[in-house]
Each structure stands twice: as structure tokens, then as C-alpha cells.
Design a protein around this ligand. Structure first.
Ligand SMILES: [Zn+2]
Ligand SMILES: [Zn+2]
Length: 588
């Protein structure tokens, strides 16, 4: 977490609102113990230990008390309090005492004195800053109550977490609440199972999904697209195993810097093995499998590699945050001279890929060296300069996020907005001088001398799982034709039309379309409705008239209907729509 002083105005506003919320809770529940209350994306939370269980009905009461505190316009006063005095002041607040005793810098308890903010009679340990006074809060709303463990540790005290949101104006608050409502309707954790795409069987363990046949079709479409576009751009497809001995992860630095995200090891007589959290070291070994010359470079190795990351159980979130994920991963090995052009080519590919999904105008961020890092300063400086150079050459605007890079190198991230205005971090491009050093990679230069190549790590979509979750929410389950697991459903009006329906379906399958026939004995109205609920792009209704004339009645998902369309005309249009990866229906 960045120190408070570096946070932007919105974070200050949200943290100040959290502060007032905690004050209100303490007023309403005397004896309340308050833990921590940081700003988060779109809002804030505060954790409490309270004598009773909060319910959503309590939120308006807390809000009402907050409004009284806002009206009182209490200034936030900063004090630097000697450690001993702070221990006395917070004597009845065990979580604050733990923070003071733990000398936690991020919470304002890092020095000889402790940073305390006080307004009226209420005080909190905190680095600040806050808005000037409680009268300067913006528009806010409390959203929900949830359980949370102190320090995120399930062996420790169970606390109650109150979530809220805060914005500078009422209008921005209303927009956000609308987006939130839309997001809830589109939640992939509901839409995905409703469309029979995937599930998370308990037997597998948390964060591990299985794809059902319809989800499998989606994964295949996306996977084929990814592989084809990479081959067309000069990448080689490679395949590597899911497990490797501990020595590999020692050399790569993963055991040193990334062990917290790895599954525990397995053992046999040869030693320890880890399932892979990343594909990089495997691709490095492919590079190193023979002598490379400058003529072999750039070497672009690509793999839809499934990796396993032991994310904390509390952070798992459907397909968005998962423990087994398939990255559209690639590693580019090149000479230092080729670096900027290779990075630029990755930027180009990114824009090309996302244009297909209708995602344009990315927000771009350059992230620099984090606290936990391998490699020396000079390496970091060279890598960061290369990315900066490529960004400047590309002419695209970008922000700098200090300290947000990967442990082995700085990175450039692309964020795209979805249909309801949410921003998603998708593409990552990382520049790495450290792994080639650690694995002693070499190539023979034109000068007949050995040189060290540079390595670019990059994923465009990120992972298929996460990207599919985003697509589900972006399209509210109504995928464009080329991705739709079921593209066409043929609906016979009566049993006597089953034969013709099958004939129509066969013709569509022959044309390469994904088709099903609804031969259930439901009414026509129900069958049409079912196709709509399943978000099938086209339902073809066939009865006597259609059979006689060799036509179909076409209904799209929006309910638009066209009768008497010749089967061949429909085939041609539907295939055209799928092959062109059109985002909208081409049928008028
Ligand atoms: Zn504070
Ligand atoms: Zn990598």
C-alpha cells in the first residue's frame, strides 16, 4: 500500500469517509473496537468488533449519524503522540495497540511518535491526510456488511466489515450505484452457471473451475483466436509441463520472491517439485536448449500455459481471481537493440486483439521497481528506460505507477473499459534483464562474441478464465456470434417438423456453425423464450410453410423476426457474421 501522502484526492475523500463511519459506529455502539479502514477501489471499508451482529438494516442508522457528524463540520486535527502516550490513549482498543506495538509504518506507527488524527472526541491512528473537516465529505452511501478476519488470518478474531462508497458529487455517486446494479445483474458467477458454462466443484478445492461443454466451446474459440494471431505475428507455439523441481524455482527467484503465491511442494526421492505459478522459466530452458545466434533472434515463444497460484481464499472471486488459470503467455528473447521494436510490436498486437472485442482507447500505465525485487539498479534502470522509450515512440499517453512493477522487471499495463464503464487491467508487458542473467542465457553476436539477450514477458488477454469473466459481464452473456457457444437453435413448431429441423441443422453444421435443435415438447412460445434466455444469437423457427418453401423464420436475441428467409441466405449471412468476428448482428 502506498503511504497516504502519495494518494490522490479520491482516496483521501474515501479514507476520510471511512474515518467518519468508524466514529459513527463508535457513537452508536459504545464499547466498539475498531480495527482498520482503508480506501479501496470505488469506496472504503472499516472493520469492527461489536457486541452485536450488524445487519443491512443498521446501515441507514449509521449513515444518519454520519450526516450529523458532517453537519458539525469537525476539523481533522493531526497530532504526533509519543509511543507510550499512544498506548495509554488506545488502552481499550486492542487492534490499535497491536498496530502501535507492531511499529507499523503504513498505519502511522512507524517512528518514535505515533501519528494520530482526532476530530471532536474521536481519534484514530493514521498517517493521513484527510479532508480539512468532516463538513468536506462528498456524497457517500454504505453498501454492505460482511465478515472479515483480523489481518485476513482465519485463526484470528472474526470482525464485521462495513463497506461504503464515496464520491465528490451526488451525480457521481448515482452513476456509480447504477453501474453497481448493472454489474450485479451481469455478475459472471451467476450468468456463467445459468448458461451452463462452468462450475467450481468443492471436491477440487477453492478457486479451481471446470469448463462444461458450452464453456469448453468458448475456451476453444478464444484459444484458437489467440494461437492463430500469435502464429501470424511470428510467435512459435510451445508446450511445457505443469510441475518442475525446486532448483528451477530457486534459479528463477520464484522461491525467494513469489513462494507465498505457490502451492506447497510435493516430494519424491529426487527432491521437491512445485506446480508452476508462471511459465517463464520453462521458456528460458527452451531458449537455452541449444546455442543461439543473433540470427535466431528475436525468438518469440508462446504458450496458452495453465499456471497455479495459491491466492488467499478470501481474495478468490469466481473466474476473475482463481487459482488455476491459462495465460496467453509469451516470452520474447531478443538483442538489446531489438528491444524497443519488439515492445512496440507487442503494443500493436494488443490494440489489434482488443479491437476485435470492441475494447478501444486503453489507459496505459508504466510500473517501476517494487520493494521486493531481484536484479541490480542498473538493470532496472535499463529495463525501465526501454519501456519508456517504446511508450514515447508509440505516441500513446501513459501514467507512471511508482513501485508497482513485477519482482523481476518493470512493466507496462493496458487498462480497457467495458460496456458499463468499469476499467480492467488486461495486457501486461514486462522487460526483464534479470532472468537471462540468472539462467546465463547467451547468443553469439555478429562479432562472434557471446552476448546476453533481453527477455520480454507479456500476456495480452491476461488469462482466458479472467477474460471470459470480463466478456460475460461486458456482453451480459450475449456473446458475439463468433464466440457464442451455441450460435443457432432450430425450433420445430410441431413433432412433424422434426425431420426438416434436423435437415436445417445439418446444413448449418456443414457450414461450420454450432447448432442445436430443440425437440422438447414445450409450446413454441416457451421454446423461443428458452433460446432467448440462453442468449443464442439466432433461433430458427420451422413449420409447414418453411418446410415447403425451404426457408426458415429467423429470430435474433433482441426479438426481431424475419420470416421466409431462404436457408442458403441465412447460412451465408451467419457464416459471414461469425468469420468476420462481427460484434453486432448482421441480420438487419
Ligand atoms: Zn484516518
Ligand atoms: Zn514470464
Amino acid at each position: 500500500m502506498a503511504p497516504m501522502a502519495e494518494r490522490d484526492d479520491l482516496e483521501v475523500l474515501r479514507h476520510s469517509t471511512a474515518h467518519v463511519m468508524a466514529q459513527a459506529v463508535c457513537d452508536l455502539w459504545p464499547g466498539a473496537k475498531y480495527a482498520i479502514g482503508p480506501p479501496i477501489e470505488d469506496g472504503f471499508y472499516y472493520d469492527f468488533e461489536l457486541p452485536e451482529q450488524l445487519t443491512p438494516e443498521d446501515l441507514p442508522r449509521i449513515e444518519a449519524r454520519m450526516r450529523e457528524i458532517v453537519e458539525a463540520e469537525q476539523p481533522f486535527n493531526h497530532e504526533e503522540v509519543p509511543r507510550q502516550e499512544a498506548l495509554e490513549r488506545f488502552a481499550d482498543q486492542p487492534y490499535k495497540l497491536e498496530i502501535i506495538e507492531g511499529v507499523e509504518e503504513a498505519e502511522g506507527a512507524g517512528g518514535d511518535t505515533v501519528s494520530v488524527y482526532r476530530n471532536d472526541g474521536w481519534q484514530d491512528l493514521c498517517l493521513g491526510p484527510h479532508v480539512e473537516s468532516t463538513g468536506k465529505l462528498g456524497a457517500f452511501k454504505l453498501l454492505s456488511v460482511a465478515g472479515a478476519y483480523w489481518r485476513g488470518d482465519e485463526r484470528r478474531q472474526q470482525l464485521q466489515r462495513v463497506y461504503g462508497t464515496a464520491w465528490p458529487t451526488e451525480e457521481e455517486l448515482a452513476d456509480y450505484l447504477h453501474r453497481r446494479e448493472e454489474a450485479e445483474k451481469r455478475d459472471h458467477r451467476k450468468v456463467g452457471p445459468a448458461l451452463d458454462l462452468f462450475s467450481f466443484p468443492d471436491e477440487l478445492g477453492a478457486g479451481l473451475a471446470v469448463w462444461h461443454p458450452k464453456g469448453g466451446r468458448l475456451v476453444r474459440q478464444l484459444g484458437d483466436f489467440v494461437r492463430e494471431i500469435h502464429v501470424a505475428r511470428g510467435y512459435e507455439l510451445v508446450t511445457t509441463p505443469h510441475v518442475a523441481r525446486s532448483g528451477l524455482w530457486e534459479t528463477s527467484g520464484h522461491l525467494e520472491k513469489y513462494a507465498g503465491n505457490m502451492y506447497p511442494p510435493m516430494h519424491d526421492e529426487a527432491g521437491d517439485y512445485y506446480v508452476k505459478p508462471m511459465n517463464c522459466p520453462f521458456h528460458v530452458l527452451i531458449y537455452r536448449s541449444r546455442t543461439r545466434s543473433y540470427r535466431d533472434l528475436p525468438l518469440r515463444l508462446s504458450e496458452l500455459g495453465t499456471v497455479y497460484r495459491h491466492e488467499k481464499a478470501g481474495t478468490l472471486h469466481g473466474l476473475l481471481r482463481i487459482r488455476g488459470l491459462s495465460m496467453d503467455d509469451a516470452h520474447i528473447f531478443c538483442t538489446p537493440d531489438q528491444l524497443i521494436d519488439e515492445v512496440l510490436a507487442v503494443f500493436d498486437l494488443t490494440l489489434e486483439v482488443f479491437r476485435v472485442f470492441g475494447f478501444e482507447e486503453p489507459r496505459i500505465e508504466l510500473s517501476t521497481k517494487p520493494g521486493e525485487a531481484i536484479g541490480d539498479e542498473a538493470m532496472w534502470a535499463r529495463a525501465t528506460e526501454a519501456l519508456r522509450g517504446a511508450l514515447d515512440k508509440s505516441g500513446m499517453a501513459y501514467d507512471v505507477a511508482e513501485g508497482e512493477g513485477a519482482f523481476y522487471g518493470p512493466k507496462v499495463d493496458f487498462h480497457f473499459k467495458d460496456a458499463i464503464g468499469r476499467s480492467w487491467q488486461l495486457t501486461t508487458v514486462q522487460c526483464d534483464f534479470a532472468l537471462p542473467e540468472r539462467f546465463e542465457l547467451e547468443f553469439m553476436g555478429e562479432d562472434n562474441q557471446r552476448h546476453r539477450p533481453v527477455m520480454i514477458h507479456r500476456a495480452i488477454l491476461g488469462s482466458l478464465e479472467r477474460f471470459i469473466a470480463i466478456l460475460i459481464e461486458h456482453h451480459a452473456g450475449a456473446f458475439p456470434m463468433w464466440l457464442a457457444p451455441e450460435q443457432v437453435r432450430v425450433i420445430p413448431i410441431a413433432t412433424r417438423h422434426d425431420g426438416y429441423a434436423e435437415k436445417v441443422a445439418d446444413r448449418l453444421r456443414e457450414a461450420g456453425l454450432r447448432v442445436e435443435v430443440d425437440e422438447s415438447r414445450e409450446t413454441l412460445g416457451k421454446k423461443v423464450r428458452a433460446a432467448q434466455l440462453d442468449k443464442v444469437p439466432y433461433a430458427l423457427v420451422v413449420g409447414d410453410k418453411e418446410e415447403e418453401a425451404g426457408t426458415v423464420a429467423v429470430r435474433d436475441r433482441a426479438g426481431t423476426e424475419r420470416r421466409g428467409v431462404s436457408l442458403e441466405e441465412f447460412v451465408e449471412r451467419a457464416v459471414g457474421e461469425a468469420e468476420s468476428k462481427a460484434l453486432e448482428s448482421v441480420l438487419e
